[in-house]
Design a protein around this ligand. Structure first.
Ligand code: ATP
Length: 214
């Protein structure tokens, strides 16, 4: 069965580093649909600068040109903290027997053991890890990681959960934190932001030094 990709984040703002690597993954694996899940209230990091509805609107605008990338509002609509496990459970009931592939940048994956009920994640989904500038694979992998690691993408189709695949996709050296800092200084980022997102940010003054982000 064709897997469904799941890509969560604060997307504050969504940028090319969130889009190009995922398109590469679709090409490499044949995954036909990736659900982008902006989190409303992250559980494992501070409150995002920008209100969930703005981050949702930017996600919708950024994905409009890519029919295989679908904005998914289940965490935006769910009250309370945005934990990944309930998200995967609700996808599991929605998508039945289609395997789920949770996509994570290496920086996020390296923190996964700090997530709530993290071991449950590998019972609900497979994980695709992509490289991110500055995030290095440890020289010695923990046992749970090396046991789950597979070198073939076909496990993403054959197994519902429990496997980790690293995919080498071209690195995109963009981070939302750096974008927020430089936009607050008035700089523009035509190469790092989808045009409609850049327009939305400027219309709503989201990251300017004086802007009201919430
Ligand atoms: P921030 O700087 O605010 O932490 P971010 O740019 O890391 O933001 P997030 O929304 O936190 O973006 O990340 C969502 C997911 O996207 C994570 O899995 C993260 O590793 C991945 N990601 C973000 N930027 C890149 C990038 N340039 N290349 C590959 N993966 C990325």
């Amino acid at each position: 069965m064709r897997p469904i990709g799941v890509f969560g984040g604060t997307f504050d703002p969504i940028h090319v580093g969130h889009i190009m690597p995922v398109l590469d993954i679709c090409e490499l694996t044949g995954i036909e649909q990736v659900r982008y899940v902006p989190n409303a209230r992250p559980s494992h990091r501070g409150t995002p600068r920008t209100a969930p509805e703005h981050r949702w609107n930017m996600t919708v605008l950024a994905l409009a040109d890519y029919p295989q990338l679908v904005a998914d509002d289940r965490e935006i609509n769910r009250p309370g903290k945005s934990f990944m496990v309930p998200t995967l459970r609700s996808m599991r009931s929605e998508f039945g027997l289609r395997p789920l592939s949770l996509i994570l940048g290496m920086d996020a994956f390296l923190q996964i053991t700090q997530w709530y009920w993290w071991a449950e994640i590998l019972k609900l989904a497979n994980i695709i890890v992509i490289n991110r500038p500055g995030a290095k694979v440890p020289a010695v992998l923990p046992v749970w990681w090396s046991r789950a690691l597979k070198s073939h993408t076909r496990v993403l189709y054959e197994r519902m959960s429990g496997n980790i695949v690293h995919l080498d996709v071209p690195l995109i050296d963009v981070s939302a934190t750096r974008l927020r800092i430089s936009m607050s200084r008035g700089e523009e980022h035509p190469d790092a932001l989808p045009a409609e997102v850049a327009k939305y940010i400027s219309e709503h003054q989201l990251y300017s030094a004086s802007g009201v982000a919430g």
